[in-house]
Design a protein around this ligand. Sequence first.
Ligand code: 26V
Length: 809
Amino acid sequence: MFTNKESFKSAFLERLENMYGKNINETTTIEQYMALGSLVKEQINKNWILTKKIYRERGEKQVYYLSMEFLLGKMLGMNLINLGIYEVIEEGLKDLRISLSDLEQQEPDPGLGNGGLGRLAACLLDSMASLHLPGHGCGIRYKYGLFEQKIMDGYQVELPDYWLREGNVWEVRRSDKAVEVRFEGNIWVEKVGERLVFHHENFESVLAVPYDIPIPGYKNKTVNTLRLWSAESAIKDFDFQCLNNRDYQKIVEYKRSTEAISEFLYPDDSKEEGRILRLKQQYFLVSAGLQSIIRSYKKRHQNIKDFPNKVAIHINDTHPVLAIPELMRILMDEEGLEWDEAWSITTRTISYTNHTTLQEALERWPIDMMKRLLPRIYMIIEEINERFCRELWNKYPGEWGLIHEMAIIADGQVKMAHLAIVGSYQVNGVSKIHTEILKKQVMKNFYNYFPYKFHNKTNGITHRRWLLKANPLLAKLISDAIGTNWIEHPTDLNYLLNYAKDPSFQERISRVKRQNKISLSNYIKEKYHIAVDPDSIFDVQVKRLHAYKRQLLNVFHIMDLYNRLKENPNLDIVPRTFIFGAKAAPAYFLAKRIIKLINTVASLVNNDSTIQGKIRVIFVENYGVSLAEKIIPAADIGQQISTASKEASGTGNMKFMMNGALTLGTLDGANIEIKDEVGEDNIFIFGLTPQEVLDYYQYGGYRARDLYQSDPRLRKILDQLIDGFFLKEVVDFKFIYYSLLQENDEFFVLKDFASYADAQKRIDQFYKDQESWIEKSIINIAHSGIFSSDRTILEYASGTWEVRPIFIS
Ligand code: 26V
């Protein structure tokens, strides 16, 4: 380990020479990054090997977190922090006139996820390793992550994200651990004695090759593994030589189609029906993952019947739900167990977390597609369904309607959420309100039938990335005040309450925030050539673009503010900088029009000198983990303004509060729990309650048009969308206009507008009293510890997985 900068410097110089045959002066920044990465990786390797050895020898229970998405963020800085050598390396590099942060910038941000669900997976991995828990990730090594977003003429343009261009220093290809995954073909059944034996033939074989990434814990010796699978053809090179032309064509086609499986990440944009490749990806992940889990289990243990005591498998939403029939297949067809035994093992091994109640996001696959692609798996699902429906019939004789509603297979489709509930021992929601909505509404029939399966695990975020790493100035200030214990015990942040009213601490907090705002302003200036005022309120909404997240409400309020400033240039408001960051799924037309609207409003506002720079609107391109780390520490306000009942939890809300921003939010997801922690005076809540929203959906009674008619401010804004107000624009925003007035505003934007504008006004007033504002900010930081993913993981470890820490020494 590099205990001093001298030993690091000589190792670094030597590594540069060995890797590139160059002196340091001749190397490029990317080469320096690669060399540093490889050195750091080497440091991690020792404990990685040790951890694996100890896990093998002790034979204690292991957790596998199956997820189609892991939004890791850059790894160099975090790894250095976890190893406890960030400062030494920084100093050593400084001597060599290299900036560590420049090197950190070289690392591509692996965009292997869409948003909250993928980032949660990454936070949970960090917490498992930091809490000495034997928990591993299992995912797909997409060649292309979520698209890179460019804004051109105000529109989103999508470019491929080829994050592996320069290679990935953190991964190790493990060809020796490759497994075969089979698609299509047909099944024939043979009776051998009393047993039915299932034979799969004419299948298409795909090779799954794992790439392992080490996940080190914070200043401990635990190094867990994230295993990402890559799809390759199962053909060996020499086969090519003895082929005629026709076969050659076929092989090329086969190679192309297998490699396509791990080619790119699907954006969460709707209608997956017909998108056979996505289903292939799901089975690919699950089959490769389970084969490797079972292989490793068998190395450590003799008896397959003990499996649930030694292995917990968690599925991140329904995307990996085929783990249930796949485990059944392996246990029966390969391990020779009977159905009942296999079912008992499976349903004691697999647990599930739901991440959305949006109907359109609940996965369903056409029977035909599944049958053709996964014939044996489909047979097993059919059997699970039949047995489950029979059970239902016993409990609810004659209730056809109910049984039809609860069936796993119905209406020509396989309902993945139903399969997940039936085949797992636990179903988790991600915030209190979300779990209640699952129990009382979306999954109420299942809750009545399996009440003991439903639990809440409010999400969390790793405070090590989102505070210690992202906001070093604040982290230092906190440690100066209360010591460094909070890094391992985040609820210790509570001690900051003692300083909430302390003028000198307030002063320092405010200086840190200002410094972070200046850094972000510099970035914005450099990138967009727009000057923003660090003394203005930084009011931020960064997240995926979805109608239910209501970026529209935010932009309508900006239009209203602008209208009022035009009427009265002396309007007394604190200057505001509205910052947006959002990717829209490529096929999501409404979302893309909203991006265009934000950018159109931005250029109107930013170029109008008559409003004296009182408001600025910035849309940052290509929002992702790295930008979040820059933006969130600079925020005064974090907007969490989803239609109540729609956001399962939100995790951005937690990142903002932890960085001292106040939440402007609805009573939705984890906002409710944030409010309960900080108290009503330290958060800006507005809008309909979840119950009110649900009641409107159930009983009707909302007419958006009435609001358009009765509220002149709203009428003006809506008219501006279509009356040529945005002069230079060839587009109009009819589509948005109609979604609100013709389609009756599904997400209650107009309904919540007045209350939102009022909350914004309160923010303006409160901000003028800086002392009390900073006090509120400190109170938010002090209460954020409970939202660390350490707490979430401890709840999963004891309440779901029953797994204990293993100390590596
Ligand atoms: C998928 C789709 C696909 C169809 C169109 C609409 C739509 C909307 C959302 C999604 C994503 C569903 C899964 C997801 O990312 N959920 C997020 O999970 C986070 C971690 O639990 C949670 O904090 C967010 O509230 C939740 O939206």
